[in-house]
Design a protein. Structure first.
Ligand code: SF4
Length: 104
């Protein structure tokens, strides 16, 4: 079964924040550099339209929605940008420093 997966190239990210603005349930930005953090690497069927909107809105093409099957051995989805560094999605989801904060 093919599961769509969100991947992010933090080396290409410039912290514009369009992804987190368009899909706050899927993306956040870290507090140190403002770079993208994938909150939900495997979006649900209901989240796919939002995920595609976020991917299309990124001015640096730093995020992508792959159609690769999730790796069983820890292999990473292919990158749309040659030579870039990718964060592999994890089943448990990436955790953002912002999501760890308690409400103030
Ligand atoms: S992934 Fe793209 S839209 Fe999101 S913060 Fe980085 S540059 Fe901005």
């Amino acid at each position: 079964m093919v599961t769509p997966a969100l991947v992010a190239d933090r080396a290409a990210c410039r912290g514009a924040g369009q992804c987190a603005f368009n899909a706050p349930e899927l993306f956040d930005q870290d507090e140190e550099e403002g770079l993208v953090v994938v909150l939900q690497p495997f979006p649900s069927a209901e989240q796919l339209t939002t995920a595609r909107t976020a991917v299309d809105s990124c001015p640096n093409r730093a995020i992508a929605l792959t159609s690769a099957a999730p790796p069983a051995t820890g292999a990473r989805p292919s990158s749309p940008r040659a030579g870039s560094r990718w964060r592999a999605p994890s089943r448990s989801g990436d955790r953002s420093p912002r999501s760890d904060r308690s409400p103030s």
